[in-house]
Structure formats: C-alpha cells, structure tokens
Design a protein around this ligand. Structure first.
Ligand code: ITT
Length: 210
C-alpha cells in the first residue's frame, strides 16, 4: 500500500519513507502530483497547517492524505520561528539561509546558556538557547471528512556552529544534551526514534491501531 504525504520537503519524504517502509508501506509526496496547486499555509498553529495541507491534498486526490507541519521554537526568541520556520529568512529561503538567520538573531541578542547547563559539545561550541522541535501530523480521509491528528516534540539546544551533515533544516544547529550528539549526527533510524516527527508518528499509529 502507498501513503500520500502532503509535502514538498524532501527531508520529510525521506524520513516518512524510512519509517513507513518497516510497516510495508510506500510513500508518495506532492512531487508525484505536480498538478496539485501550491497550498497556502495560512494557519497560526502547526496543527491547523497540517489539517490545511492534508485536506487540500486528500480532496484533490480522493484518497487519504497525511500532512506534517513542523518547526523550531527557540526559547531566547520567544518561540520563534515556530510556524514560520520554513520561511524564516524570507519566502523561498534555503535551509542554509534559515540557519544563518537563526545564528544572526541569537548573536544580535547576545543569547547564551551557561556551559554547565548541558552536556556540551567538546569542540568549544557555545550553547545559545534552549529550543524545541514540534511536529503536528494530520491524516485526512476525504471519504469520511475525518481527521486523525497527533503531535510530537523533542527538546534540545541551539549551538553556535553545526554538528553533522545528516537530516535537514535546522538539524545541524540542534544539539541533544541527553545524547551528547547533534541531530544531524544521527542516522535516520536514530533520529526517528527520538525526533518530534518520530514521536508524532508513534502517537498517530497508536491512535489508528487503538
Ligand atoms: P511542506 O509544507 O511541503 O511539508 P515545508 O518545509 O514548508 O514543507 P513546514 O512548513 O512544516 O514544511 O516547515 C517546516 C520547517 O521546519 C522546515 O523547512 C525545517 O526548516 C524545519 N524543520 C521541521 N522538521 C525538521 C527536522 O526534523 N529537522 C530540522 N528542521 C526541521
């Protein structure tokens, strides 16, 4: 069976494909359906945007669609960039642009955590702020009009330099003090076991199977 994931984000597609493969499911994304017009993300919460993307895609295709709206909440920035994480450095911003913007904002604030606040990287990195990744999932069935929803989070710390080159988005700047590693240093398997997306997916599957 194939699950349609209402996303154009290649990093998300890879993570869903990896997680769902184990359940014997394939993944399609919006890259497979170029005729579906861009879906405006007008929601003010992750959950709202996930519902918007799932519904627009499910209604267009006539089959169930799963959507992921996610982002980074940075404590020193009052929770920003939040739902604006993908466009933090402007419309069409790349991951590199957004990471540079995040470091510039935290630098401008002079934000810093005490080194003792966490198992810090051993390379002289500065710890800039506590942060949290959030993922809201919505599965929409156009035949019933019903949604199944779940959310997941993971806590970490933004460092002043990157660690690792795996994952996507803000992963290189997201340090996991509990593991003593950066999110971008984890394999797909390891990331899926602890990430906001992995947690949300576990919760969604529990709802579907419960
Ligand atoms: P779709 O809407 O097409 O799914 P998008 O990239 O625009 O793709 P979002 O609106 O949900 O998706 O924005 C999520 C942004 O948050 C994403 O671009 C990343 O910068 C960041 N993000 C989400 N999950 C992440 C993860 O696991 N690791 C690193 N950054 C992540």
């Amino acid at each position: 069976a194939v699950i349609v994931v209402a996303t154009k984000n290649a990093g998300k597609v890879k993570e869903f494909a990896h997680a769902l493969e184990k359940l014997g499911k394939g993944v399609q994304s919006l890259h497979d359906y170029p005729a579906i017009p861009d879906i405006p993300e007008t929601g003010v919460t992750f959950a709202e945007n996930a519902r918007i993307k799932a519904k627009a895609t499910g209604d267009a295709l006539g089959v169930p669609a799963l959507a992921d709206d996610s982002g980074l909440r940075v404590e020193a920035l009052g929770g920003e960039p939040g739902v604006y994480s993908a466009r933090y450095a402007g419309e069409g911003a790349t991951d590199a642009d957004n990471n540079a913007k995040l470091l510039a904002e935290l630098k401008a604030l002079g934000s810093a955590l005490p080194e003792a606040a966490a198992a810090a990287p051993q390379d002289g990195s500065k710890l800039l702020s506590r942060a949290q990744f959030v993922c809201a999932l919505a599965l929409y069935d156009p035949r019933t009009g019903e949604f199944v929803e779940a959310e997941g989070t993971v806590d970490g710390i933004i460092t002043d330099r990157p660690h690792g080159d795996g994952g996507f988005g803000y992963d290189p700047l997201f340090w996991l003090p509990g593991l003593g590693r950066g999110m971008a240093e984890l394999s797909k398997e390891e990331k899926g076991a602890i990430s906001h997306r992995g947690e949300a997916l576990k919760a969604l599957l529990a709802k579907l199977n419960g």
